[in-house]
Design a protein around this ligand. Structure first.
Ligand code: UD1
Length: 420
């Protein structure tokens, strides 16, 4: 079981490249189920979640091969339509195979994801939408069994903006009979990336990136080639790493417009941040002021950067209020940050963060992906050594993050130690 050992107090400096987006490649991989043949993706991050998605595709009858960060997926005849508990429990995004399977084969059986560290995260909105498209849904022995012959276009209005729900419906609708409209659709950059790939395959998707997406079903799709968008959450995490250590860090191969809200908040806090078309740079700063953030669906402040921003606020001047509106229970990092000397109190979905904390290295435990990124950031500025356990959470979503931080000057080591 890998751990990370970080010796804090080092300023990070230099240039660092961002990998492809985890939250883009996952739906893209499931979209391969829609068209027989050879799909090719470049700029694919090598992550534990990508391995889980590939394992699931393999169980459904697909095959794949890597060449560096390029990935070829072949989806000829599918041999199964079942996503088993073993994979779904590890990666909730497995639910995204349901739309494409329903569209291509008329049926899908997907294990219920169950509880998750950052809240209950139901899939009711996905299922209601499929029902509106003519699917019948049954819950049997922990599995959701969906059948639809044929799947029909419908007007879907989501009560809550859901990224996964929007993606699942998009993938179902491209091969459905007739037209589908998704209202209150998610506007995340990953939705646009998926729409681009679906359209490259011959689909007719209009309006991705806005609140209303219109899809006209087609009879057949053909595989295509696609470059995965840069990971905006990784870009934001690296930028905050530069900021929190008072360093000069330039993040390359990213899309600053995808993290405008973070950049705006960093500037409000007192950081000088420069940006170009595909790079963003944070300049050294000795003292920054506390600012409040409220997470929201894109283009609001991303919930996936909330924990990392909180780490930055623990050493800001003053008190900040961090409100989490997307997921309940997404403050699992708070007790660990407190163990390192942060002063944070929780009140429902708000965290009140007192700045000016003297942070000390400590043994800490990762609880979920973004919480673990916050622990790494805090360790970089804490006095002394921090030993981070359960780093497999980090590996789910950050490609070679320890090497990237090491190259920027961090004293960071990965240890392979037996579980205590
Ligand atoms: C995706 C991202 C995740 C990010 C989240 C919000 C991927 C693989 N994951 O997750 O990193 O944190 O968007 O930006 O892209 N909800 C329901 N019923 C449903 C579906 C969702 O109530 O059927 C609720 C959720 O509990 C949550 C909110 O809607 O409160 C938003 O969730 P959603 O956008 O669906 O998140 P994911 O797609 O799971």
């Amino acid at each position: 079981m890998d751990r990370m050992l970080i010796d804090g107090g080092v300023t990070l400096n230099g240039k660092v490249k961002v990998s492809g987006a985890k939250n883009s490649i996952l739906p893209l991989l499931f979209s391969t189920l829609l068209a027989k043949g050879k799909h090719r993706f470049t700029n694919v991050p090598k992550l534990a979640d990508v391995d889980s998605a590939l394992k699931l595709l393999q169980e459904l009858g697909a095959s794949y091969s890597w060449e560096g960060n390029s990935l070829e997926v072949v989806t000829n005849d599918l041999t199964s339509n079942e996503a088993h508990y073993d994979i779904v429990r590890k990666m909730r995004a497995s639910i995204l195979c349901m739309g494409p399977l329903l569209a291509r084969t008329g049926s899908a059986s997907v294990s219920l994801p169950g509880g998750c560290a950052i809240g209950s995260r139901p899939i009711d909105l996905h299922l209601e939408a499929f029902q509106e498209m003519g699917a019948s849904i049954e819950n049997k022995s922990g599995y959701i069994i969906a059948t639809a012959k044929p799947l029909k276009g419908a007007n879907i209005l989501f009560d809550i903006t859901t990224v996964g729900g929007t993606e699942n419906v998009m993938m179902a609708a491209v091969l459905a009979e007739g037209s589908t409209t998704i209202e209150n659709a998610a506007k995340e950059p990953e939705i646009i990336d998926l729409a681009e790939y679906l359209n490259k395959m011959g689909a007719n998707v209009v309006g991705a990136g806005t609140g209303v997406i219109s899809i006209t079903g087609v009879k057949e799709l053909k595989p295509a080639t696609h470059e995965v968008v840069p990971d905006r959450i990784e870009a934001g995490t690296l930028l905050i790493a530069g900021a929190i250590t008072g360093g000069d860090v330039e993040v390359l191969d990213c899309r600053p417009k995808d993290i405008e809200t973070l950049i705006h908040k960093l500037r409000e806090s007192g950081f000088k941040v420069d940006e170009g078309e595909d790079w963003v740079r944070v300049f050294p700063n000795k003292s920054w002021k506390a600012v409040d953030i409220t997470t929201a669906a894109h283009p609001g402040f991303p919930t996936d950067l909330q924990a990392q921003f909180m780490a930055l606020m623990t050493v800001a001047q003053g008190t900040s209020v961090i409100s989490e509106t997307i997921f309940e229970n997404r403050f699992m990092h708070v007790p660990e940050l407190v163990r390192m000397g942060a002063q944070i109190s929780l009140d429902g979905n708000k965290a009140v963060v007192e700045g000016n904390s003297i942070l000390e290295g400590a043994p800490v435990m990762c609880t979920d992906l973004r919480a673990s990124a916050a622990l790494v950031l805090t360790s970089l500025v804490a006095n002394g050594k921090t030993r981070i356990q359960r780093v497999y959470h980090v590996d789910r979503g950050y490609e070679g993050i320890d090497k990237k931080f090491f190259d920027l000057g961090a004293k960071i080591k990965r240890l392979n130690e037996p579980m205590e």
